[in-house]
Design a protein around this ligand. Structure first.
Ligand SMILES: Nc1nc2c(ncn2[C@@H]2O[C@H](COP(=O)(O)OP(=O)(O)O)[C@@H](O)[C@H]2O)c(=O)[nH]1
Ligand SMILES: [Mg+2]
Length: 292
């Protein structure tokens, strides 16, 4: 039995969470076209007969900006040290910059077995792949590069095999039926946040935290969920709610549909919007909201 942990590292928006979801075969992390979608480290577990891969999806690499991104960077740095394999996810469609090369070199220098998943190949010309591989090679990066598309499921099985080769011979780390280390309550909050990321622009989604106040399974198998959308400014609250509450109603309805899919049951969802100014810069409030 081969098993171990794989830190999934890379720049914001590279496609890390999408790749982990596809490999695990279940949605364990939310995805959006905006950076800072993943705020916490999330473990996703892929169990097969002869191997188990525990992916640690990380928030990604950011230039420091506030207390929240600071914590997100720290989560990424810490995760990358204590693992069996580093899976560096590179957005092939975005090209290869000097910054990419120096980041990859930094992780390669940790001395942990590493692979590069060169992703989003479905939206770029194929001819670019060997040219980019040459750029990596000429920069002194000897790491194997696997071109994949998480969206189209291309080369995902190959990537799995290559990861397994690098894992130690040892027992499973998690029981067979575990797919994530996060609770249902956590996923519910995340599904709400995902819909906000998809619906609103600019600083509004990045300034939002979700607090689940009630998460109850009723006797008839349905769920009652009450949650707060915490935002940073009064005018953000107005935008979140929209005219006569129309925008919020629609966003909550989308979230509810996904929650029902996730829980496999009917959900009665109540949503409130609250203002807590500048919560992202206040350590005490971050702690309260669960970003420790
Ligand atoms: N076309 C294409 N888009 C992708 C692929 N993987 C991710 N994306 C998109 O890239 C964006 C960022 O993805 P996400 O997984 O949240 O990136 P993360 O920040 O690295 O976790 C989302 O809009 C995804 O739908 C892929 O293989 N092909
Ligand atoms: Mg992510």
């Amino acid at each position: 039995m081969r098993s171990g942990t794989v830190a999934v590292i890379g720049k914001a928006n590279a496609g890390k969470s999408t790749l982990v979801n596809v490999m695990v075969g279940e949605k364990i992390a939310i995805v959006s076209p905006k950076p800072q979608t993943t705020r916490d480290r999330i473990l996703g577990v892929l169990t097969r007969e002869d191997h188990q891969i525990v992916f640690a999806d990380t928030p990604g690499i950011y230039r420091h900006r506030n207390e929240l991104t600071d914590r997100m960077m720290r989560a990424t740095e810490e995760t990358s040290k204590d693992v069996d394999v580093i899976l560096y996810v590179h957005d092939g469609h975005a090209g290869v910059s000097e910054e990419d090369l120096s980041l990859i070199k930094k992780y390669a220098a940790l001395g942990i077995p590493m692979l590069i998943a060169y992703t989003k190949t479905d939206i770029m010309p194929k001819e670019k792949i060997p040219l980019d591989a040459k750029k990596f090679y000429e920069a002194g990066i000897g790491t194997d590069i696997i071109p994949v598309s998480a969206r189209k499921g291309r080369n995902i099985a190959l990537l799995e095999r290559e990861i397994v080769k690098l894992l130690p011979e040892q027992d499973k780390l998690f029981p067979d039926d575990v797919v994530s280390d996060k609770s249902e309550r956590f996923m519910i909050a995340e599904l709400m946040r995902e819909k906000i990321l998809l619906r609103y622009e600019k600083e509004i989604p990045h300034g939002v935290a979700i607090v689940v106040n009630t998460f109850e399974e009723q006797e008839n198998g349905t769920y009652r969920i009450d949650l707060d959308i915490v935002c940073e400014k009064r005018n953000h609250k107005a935008i979140l709610i929209g005219k006569q509450g129309k925008t919020l109603k629609e966003t909550a309805a989308f979230a509810r549909q996904d929650m029902e899919k996730f829980l496999g049951a009917k959900v009665f969802l109540t949503v409130y919007v609250k203002v807590r100014e500048d919560w992202r810069d206040r350590a005490t409030v971050l702690k309260e909201l669960g970003y420790v």
